[in-house]
Design a protein around this ligand. Structure first.
Ligand code: AMP
Length: 209
């Protein structure tokens, strides 16, 4: 199965991608995570991407497409994968069409006020990349899974959140119509508790399998 997870920033794509990859034994491809690793390692891609990411803007299509193209050739992608955060523009979707055929697009819907609240309260583990909300951490400052000190992503600042949402509606939301035309979109309600949402997504995917 080759799946795309679509939805605005803060919709829970990363969390859902982790649940789905464990359940369906797929490779998890998060372009955001790949880019953050590239920045940490100061690679050429990281240097190109950093200034865009800091401002909440999209990294240029050619940089991200090259990254994904290379990643999809790795052996763990042979049994299927889930794309989390890619494609984010119609140009990226068109490039992906030349590489492979996607089986399903999961479109996670939720209103903006949920997103702002989630993103501003989000803390991430720099080791396992899991996200947590401050309210559920009960004052804890370390990852419940591996003990690493949780951090706030630089692009989760209120000012940057606004520009990320704007970019989503301008550049990424048109992909819903793009994939609807192919008849492969499955819309789900992202306001639900994450485990319930995970079950909904699994049901949608079982029907595709
Ligand atoms: P994410 O972790 O998916 O929220 O992505 C964090 C940031 O990485 C985004 O705000 C963009 O700056 C950049 N990014 C991730 N995926 C893409 C993509 N497919 N195209 C362009 N920029 C991306």
């Amino acid at each position: 199965m080759k799946i795309i997870l679509l939805g605005p920033p803060g919709a829970g794509k990363g969390t859902q991608a982790q649940l789905i990859t464990e359940r369906f034994k797929l490779a998890h491809i998060s372009t955001g995570e790949m880019l953050r690793t590239a920045i940490r390692n100061k690679t050429e891609t990281g240097l190109k991407a950093e200034s865009f990411m800091d401002k909440g803007q999209l990294v240029p299509d050619d940089v991200v497409i090259a990254l994904v193209q290379e990643r999809l050739q790795e052996p763990d992608c042979e049994n299927g994968y889930i794309l989390d955060g890619f494609p984010r523009t119609v140009a990226q979707a068109e490039a992906l069409d030349t590489i492979t055929e996607i089986d399903a697009v999961i479109d996670i819907n939720l209103p903006d006020d949920f997103l702002v609240e989630r993103l501003s309260g989000r803390r991430v583990c720099p080791v396992c990349e899991r996200s947590y909300h401050v309210e559920l951490l009960n004052g804890a400052t370390t990852c419940p899974d591996d003990g690493a000190v949780l951090v706030q992503r630089e692009d989760d600042e209120p000012k940057t959140i606004k520009s990320r949402l704007k970019v989503y509606y301008q550049k990424t939301a048109p992909l819903i119509a793009y994939y609807k035309a192919k008849g492969i979109v499955h819309a789900v309600d992202g306001t639900q508790y994450y485990k319930v949402l995970g079950e909904n997504i699994a049901d949608e995917l079982k029907a595709v399998q």
